[in-house]
Write a protein that binds this ligand. Structure first.
Ligand code: GDP
Length: 296
Protein backbone atom coordinates (compact mmCIF):
# COMPACT_ATOMS: atom_id res chain seq x y z
CA UNK A 1 0.00 0.00 0.00
CA UNK A 2 1.01 3.61 -0.53
CA UNK A 3 3.18 5.05 2.25
CA UNK A 4 3.76 1.69 3.92
CA UNK A 5 7.53 2.12 3.80
CA UNK A 6 7.42 5.70 5.06
CA UNK A 7 4.90 4.82 7.71
CA UNK A 8 6.98 1.97 9.12
CA UNK A 9 10.13 4.06 9.26
CA UNK A 10 8.44 6.98 10.98
CA UNK A 11 6.84 4.70 13.51
CA UNK A 12 10.24 3.26 14.40
CA UNK A 13 11.57 6.75 14.97
CA UNK A 14 8.57 7.75 17.05
CA UNK A 15 8.82 4.64 19.17
CA UNK A 16 12.36 5.63 20.12
CA UNK A 17 11.23 9.17 20.96
CA UNK A 18 8.37 7.98 23.13
CA UNK A 19 10.69 5.58 24.91
CA UNK A 20 12.76 8.43 26.27
CA UNK A 21 11.63 10.63 29.10
CA UNK A 22 13.06 14.06 28.45
CA UNK A 23 14.45 14.82 25.03
CA UNK A 24 17.74 16.53 24.38
CA UNK A 25 18.57 18.53 21.30
CA UNK A 26 20.71 15.62 20.22
CA UNK A 27 17.73 13.23 20.42
CA UNK A 28 15.72 15.56 18.22
CA UNK A 29 18.52 15.99 15.72
CA UNK A 30 18.81 12.23 15.46
CA UNK A 31 15.04 11.85 15.01
CA UNK A 32 14.86 14.49 12.29
CA UNK A 33 17.79 12.86 10.51
CA UNK A 34 15.81 9.62 10.43
CA UNK A 35 12.68 11.40 9.24
CA UNK A 36 14.70 13.00 6.47
CA UNK A 37 16.00 9.66 5.25
CA UNK A 38 12.52 8.14 5.41
CA UNK A 39 11.06 10.96 3.29
CA UNK A 40 13.84 10.74 0.73
CA UNK A 41 13.37 6.99 0.49
CA UNK A 42 9.65 7.60 -0.06
CA UNK A 43 10.68 9.62 -3.13
CA UNK A 44 9.74 13.04 -1.78
CA UNK A 45 11.33 15.94 -3.68
CA UNK A 46 14.74 16.82 -2.24
CA UNK A 47 14.05 20.52 -1.71
CA UNK A 48 10.68 19.80 -0.17
CA UNK A 49 12.37 17.44 2.30
CA UNK A 50 14.98 20.05 3.15
CA UNK A 51 12.40 22.73 3.91
CA UNK A 52 10.26 20.27 5.82
CA UNK A 53 13.11 19.15 8.06
CA UNK A 54 14.11 22.75 8.70
CA UNK A 55 10.59 23.53 9.93
CA UNK A 56 10.46 20.44 12.13
CA UNK A 57 13.84 21.28 13.62
CA UNK A 58 12.85 24.87 14.33
CA UNK A 59 9.69 23.85 16.10
CA UNK A 60 10.97 20.71 17.81
CA UNK A 61 14.02 22.27 19.42
CA UNK A 62 11.79 24.93 20.94
CA UNK A 63 10.69 25.24 24.54
CA UNK A 64 7.28 23.68 23.90
CA UNK A 65 8.95 20.33 23.28
CA UNK A 66 12.00 20.31 25.48
CA UNK A 67 10.06 21.34 28.58
CA UNK A 68 7.02 19.24 27.84
CA UNK A 69 6.11 16.25 30.00
CA UNK A 70 5.48 14.24 26.84
CA UNK A 71 8.15 15.51 24.46
CA UNK A 72 7.90 12.50 22.14
CA UNK A 73 4.19 13.15 21.67
CA UNK A 74 4.91 16.80 20.95
CA UNK A 75 7.38 15.98 18.22
CA UNK A 76 4.91 13.56 16.63
CA UNK A 77 2.25 16.25 16.71
CA UNK A 78 4.61 18.69 14.99
CA UNK A 79 5.41 16.16 12.27
CA UNK A 80 1.69 15.51 11.83
CA UNK A 81 0.93 19.25 11.52
CA UNK A 82 3.72 19.83 9.04
CA UNK A 83 2.82 16.80 6.90
CA UNK A 84 -0.76 18.05 6.75
CA UNK A 85 0.43 21.53 5.70
CA UNK A 86 2.70 20.02 3.10
CA UNK A 87 -0.27 18.39 1.40
CA UNK A 88 -2.33 21.57 1.44
CA UNK A 89 -3.80 21.66 4.99
CA UNK A 90 -7.45 21.17 4.14
CA UNK A 91 -9.61 19.50 1.57
CA UNK A 92 -10.05 21.89 -1.35
CA UNK A 93 -13.43 21.65 -3.00
CA UNK A 94 -14.33 22.08 -6.64
CA UNK A 95 -15.40 25.57 -7.65
CA UNK A 96 -18.66 26.11 -9.51
CA UNK A 97 -19.90 29.06 -11.55
CA UNK A 98 -22.29 31.25 -9.58
CA UNK A 99 -24.70 31.02 -12.47
CA UNK A 100 -24.73 29.16 -15.75
CA UNK A 101 -22.44 26.41 -16.83
CA UNK A 102 -19.33 25.27 -15.00
CA UNK A 103 -16.76 24.18 -17.58
CA UNK A 104 -14.11 21.80 -16.25
CA UNK A 105 -11.05 20.86 -18.29
CA UNK A 106 -9.21 17.64 -17.60
CA UNK A 107 -5.60 17.72 -18.73
CA UNK A 108 -2.58 15.49 -18.38
CA UNK A 109 -0.25 13.12 -20.13
CA UNK A 110 -1.49 10.08 -21.99
CA UNK A 111 -2.29 7.28 -19.59
CA UNK A 112 -2.54 9.58 -16.56
CA UNK A 113 -6.20 8.65 -16.21
CA UNK A 114 -8.08 11.62 -17.73
CA UNK A 115 -10.79 9.70 -19.53
CA UNK A 116 -11.41 7.34 -16.62
CA UNK A 117 -11.41 10.28 -14.20
CA UNK A 118 -13.82 12.15 -16.48
CA UNK A 119 -16.30 9.30 -16.02
CA UNK A 120 -15.72 9.13 -12.29
CA UNK A 121 -16.10 12.87 -11.82
CA UNK A 122 -19.19 13.03 -14.03
CA UNK A 123 -20.75 10.29 -11.95
CA UNK A 124 -19.90 12.01 -8.68
CA UNK A 125 -21.43 15.30 -9.84
CA UNK A 126 -24.46 13.56 -11.29
CA UNK A 127 -25.06 11.94 -7.92
CA UNK A 128 -24.99 15.45 -6.43
CA UNK A 129 -27.84 16.39 -8.74
CA UNK A 130 -25.89 18.18 -11.47
CA UNK A 131 -26.74 17.78 -15.13
CA UNK A 132 -23.39 16.81 -16.62
CA UNK A 133 -22.07 16.72 -20.17
CA UNK A 134 -18.85 14.90 -21.02
CA UNK A 135 -16.96 16.20 -24.05
CA UNK A 136 -14.60 14.14 -26.20
CA UNK A 137 -11.77 16.44 -27.28
CA UNK A 138 -9.09 13.79 -27.71
CA UNK A 139 -9.34 13.56 -31.47
CA UNK A 140 -5.95 11.93 -31.96
CA UNK A 141 -6.87 8.69 -30.32
CA UNK A 142 -10.18 7.39 -31.75
CA UNK A 143 -10.25 4.82 -28.96
CA UNK A 144 -10.47 7.69 -26.45
CA UNK A 145 -13.74 8.92 -27.94
CA UNK A 146 -15.19 5.43 -27.83
CA UNK A 147 -13.91 4.95 -24.27
CA UNK A 148 -15.69 8.11 -23.15
CA UNK A 149 -18.91 7.10 -24.91
CA UNK A 150 -18.88 3.71 -23.22
CA UNK A 151 -18.24 5.36 -19.85
CA UNK A 152 -21.05 7.84 -20.47
CA UNK A 153 -23.46 5.04 -21.25
CA UNK A 154 -22.41 3.12 -18.18
CA UNK A 155 -23.21 6.04 -15.87
CA UNK A 156 -26.06 7.54 -17.94
CA UNK A 157 -24.26 10.80 -18.64
CA UNK A 158 -24.45 12.41 -22.09
CA UNK A 159 -21.30 12.54 -24.17
CA UNK A 160 -20.72 15.26 -26.75
CA UNK A 161 -18.51 14.25 -29.66
CA UNK A 162 -17.95 15.53 -33.17
CA UNK A 163 -15.71 12.63 -34.08
CA UNK A 164 -12.14 13.37 -35.08
CA UNK A 165 -12.71 15.74 -38.01
CA UNK A 166 -13.17 18.98 -36.07
CA UNK A 167 -10.41 20.68 -34.08
CA UNK A 168 -10.50 20.22 -30.29
CA UNK A 169 -11.03 23.97 -29.83
CA UNK A 170 -14.09 23.90 -32.10
CA UNK A 171 -15.46 20.82 -30.38
CA UNK A 172 -15.08 22.44 -26.97
CA UNK A 173 -16.74 25.64 -28.19
CA UNK A 174 -19.67 23.79 -29.73
CA UNK A 175 -20.03 21.61 -26.66
CA UNK A 176 -20.47 24.71 -24.50
CA UNK A 177 -23.08 26.10 -26.90
CA UNK A 178 -24.88 22.77 -26.84
CA UNK A 179 -24.74 22.73 -23.04
CA UNK A 180 -26.14 26.27 -22.85
CA UNK A 181 -29.07 25.39 -25.08
CA UNK A 182 -29.80 22.25 -23.15
CA UNK A 183 -29.31 23.63 -19.65
CA UNK A 184 -26.45 21.49 -18.46
CA UNK A 185 -24.82 22.50 -15.19
CA UNK A 186 -21.33 21.09 -15.69
CA UNK A 187 -19.31 20.42 -18.84
CA UNK A 188 -16.31 18.14 -18.40
CA UNK A 189 -13.87 18.36 -21.30
CA UNK A 190 -11.60 15.35 -21.79
CA UNK A 191 -8.53 16.58 -23.66
CA UNK A 192 -5.75 14.83 -25.52
CA UNK A 193 -2.54 13.79 -23.83
CA UNK A 194 0.88 12.89 -25.12
CA UNK A 195 3.55 10.63 -23.77
CA UNK A 196 5.64 13.67 -22.89
CA UNK A 197 4.98 17.36 -22.38
CA UNK A 198 5.26 19.07 -25.77
CA UNK A 199 4.64 22.58 -27.07
CA UNK A 200 2.01 21.63 -29.59
CA UNK A 201 -0.12 19.93 -26.95
CA UNK A 202 0.31 22.83 -24.56
CA UNK A 203 -0.71 25.32 -27.25
CA UNK A 204 -3.82 23.33 -28.02
CA UNK A 205 -4.79 23.12 -24.35
CA UNK A 206 -4.10 26.83 -23.95
CA UNK A 207 -6.39 27.58 -26.89
CA UNK A 208 -9.18 25.44 -25.46
CA UNK A 209 -8.75 27.22 -22.14
CA UNK A 210 -9.07 30.62 -23.82
CA UNK A 211 -12.13 29.53 -25.73
CA UNK A 212 -14.19 28.03 -22.91
CA UNK A 213 -12.76 29.82 -19.84
CA UNK A 214 -12.97 26.83 -17.52
CA UNK A 215 -13.74 27.29 -13.84
CA UNK A 216 -11.48 24.34 -13.12
CA UNK A 217 -8.44 23.04 -14.99
CA UNK A 218 -7.67 19.79 -13.27
CA UNK A 219 -4.37 18.16 -13.99
CA UNK A 220 -4.37 14.37 -13.83
CA UNK A 221 -1.09 12.89 -12.73
CA UNK A 222 -0.17 9.28 -12.19
CA UNK A 223 1.16 8.77 -8.66
CA UNK A 224 3.13 5.76 -9.84
CA UNK A 225 5.42 8.01 -11.89
CA UNK A 226 6.88 9.55 -8.74
CA UNK A 227 8.89 12.74 -9.16
CA UNK A 228 8.15 12.80 -12.90
CA UNK A 229 4.57 13.58 -11.90
CA UNK A 230 5.85 16.65 -10.07
CA UNK A 231 7.92 17.83 -13.05
CA UNK A 232 4.94 17.31 -15.35
CA UNK A 233 2.76 19.32 -12.97
CA UNK A 234 5.22 22.21 -13.02
CA UNK A 235 5.13 22.32 -16.84
CA UNK A 236 1.35 22.19 -17.09
CA UNK A 237 0.98 24.76 -14.35
CA UNK A 238 3.39 27.16 -15.99
CA UNK A 239 1.49 27.09 -19.26
CA UNK A 240 -2.10 26.70 -18.10
CA UNK A 241 -2.19 27.93 -14.51
CA UNK A 242 -4.09 24.84 -13.41
CA UNK A 243 -6.64 25.10 -10.60
CA UNK A 244 -6.03 21.73 -9.01
CA UNK A 245 -4.62 18.26 -9.24
CA UNK A 246 -6.20 14.84 -9.43
CA UNK A 247 -3.67 12.25 -8.40
CA UNK A 248 -4.56 8.90 -9.92
CA UNK A 249 -3.44 5.37 -9.12
CA UNK A 250 -2.85 6.01 -5.43
CA UNK A 251 -4.16 2.49 -4.96
CA UNK A 252 -1.06 1.17 -6.69
CA UNK A 253 2.25 0.20 -5.24
CA UNK A 254 3.70 3.70 -5.08
CA UNK A 255 6.02 5.08 -2.43
CA UNK A 256 3.86 8.20 -2.34
CA UNK A 257 6.52 10.87 -2.83
CA UNK A 258 4.55 12.65 -5.55
CA UNK A 259 1.55 13.14 -3.26
CA UNK A 260 3.82 14.66 -0.63
CA UNK A 261 5.73 16.95 -2.98
CA UNK A 262 3.36 18.20 -5.64
CA UNK A 263 1.54 20.89 -3.68
CA UNK A 264 4.71 22.31 -2.18
CA UNK A 265 6.34 22.49 -5.61
CA UNK A 266 3.41 23.83 -7.66
CA UNK A 267 1.37 25.67 -5.05
CA UNK A 268 -1.71 23.83 -6.35
CA UNK A 269 -3.84 21.52 -4.25
CA UNK A 270 -4.75 17.89 -4.83
CA UNK A 271 -8.54 17.99 -5.00
CA UNK A 272 -9.23 14.33 -5.67
CA UNK A 273 -7.39 11.04 -5.67
CA UNK A 274 -8.01 8.03 -7.88
CA UNK A 275 -8.11 4.85 -5.83
CA UNK A 276 -8.85 2.28 -8.52
CA UNK A 277 -10.19 1.69 -11.99
CA UNK A 278 -13.88 1.57 -11.11
CA UNK A 279 -16.31 4.46 -11.43
CA UNK A 280 -16.70 4.82 -7.67
CA UNK A 281 -12.93 4.98 -7.08
CA UNK A 282 -12.54 8.75 -6.93
CA UNK A 283 -12.26 10.36 -3.52
CA UNK A 284 -11.87 13.93 -2.28
CA UNK A 285 -8.39 14.43 -0.89
CA UNK A 286 -8.03 15.18 2.82
CA UNK A 287 -4.46 16.15 3.78
CA UNK A 288 -5.11 15.61 7.51
CA UNK A 289 -6.44 12.10 6.97
CA UNK A 290 -3.54 11.24 4.72
CA UNK A 291 -1.08 12.52 7.32
CA UNK A 292 -2.76 10.42 10.02
CA UNK A 293 -2.55 7.42 7.75
CA UNK A 294 1.15 7.95 7.23
CA UNK A 295 1.81 8.36 10.93
CA UNK A 296 -0.30 5.31 11.74
P1 GDP B 1 -5.84 8.96 -20.29
O1 GDP B 1 -4.95 8.55 -21.41
O2 GDP B 1 -5.23 10.04 -19.46
O3 GDP B 1 -7.24 9.29 -20.70
O4 GDP B 1 -5.91 7.70 -19.30
P2 GDP B 1 -7.05 6.59 -19.12
O5 GDP B 1 -8.25 7.17 -18.47
O6 GDP B 1 -7.26 5.87 -20.41
O7 GDP B 1 -6.36 5.64 -18.03
C1 GDP B 1 -5.20 4.89 -18.30
C2 GDP B 1 -5.25 3.61 -17.48
O8 GDP B 1 -5.14 3.92 -16.08
C3 GDP B 1 -6.54 2.82 -17.63
O9 GDP B 1 -6.23 1.45 -17.69
C4 GDP B 1 -7.30 3.14 -16.36
O10 GDP B 1 -8.18 2.10 -15.98
C5 GDP B 1 -6.16 3.30 -15.37
N1 GDP B 1 -6.52 4.16 -14.21
C6 GDP B 1 -7.01 5.43 -14.23
N2 GDP B 1 -7.16 5.89 -12.96
C7 GDP B 1 -6.76 4.90 -12.12
C8 GDP B 1 -6.67 4.77 -10.69
O11 GDP B 1 -6.96 5.67 -9.90
N3 GDP B 1 -6.18 3.58 -10.22
C9 GDP B 1 -5.82 2.55 -11.06
N4 GDP B 1 -5.35 1.44 -10.50
N5 GDP B 1 -5.89 2.64 -12.39
C10 GDP B 1 -6.35 3.80 -12.94
Amino acid sequence: MIFDGLSNKLQDTFKKLRGKGKLTEKDIKEATREIKIALLEADVNFKVVKDFIKKINERAVGVEVLQSLTPGQQVIKIVNDELTSLMGKENTKLEFSKKGITPIMLVGLQGAGKTTTGGKLANLLKEKGKKVLLVACDVYRPAAIKQLQVLGQQISVDVFSLGDKESPVQIAKKAIEHAEHNLYDVVIVDTAGRLHVDEQLMDELYNIKNEIEPVEILLNVDAMTGQDAVTVAESFNEKLDITGIIMTKLDGDTRGGAALSITAVTGKHIKFVGMGEKIADLEPFYPDRMASRILG
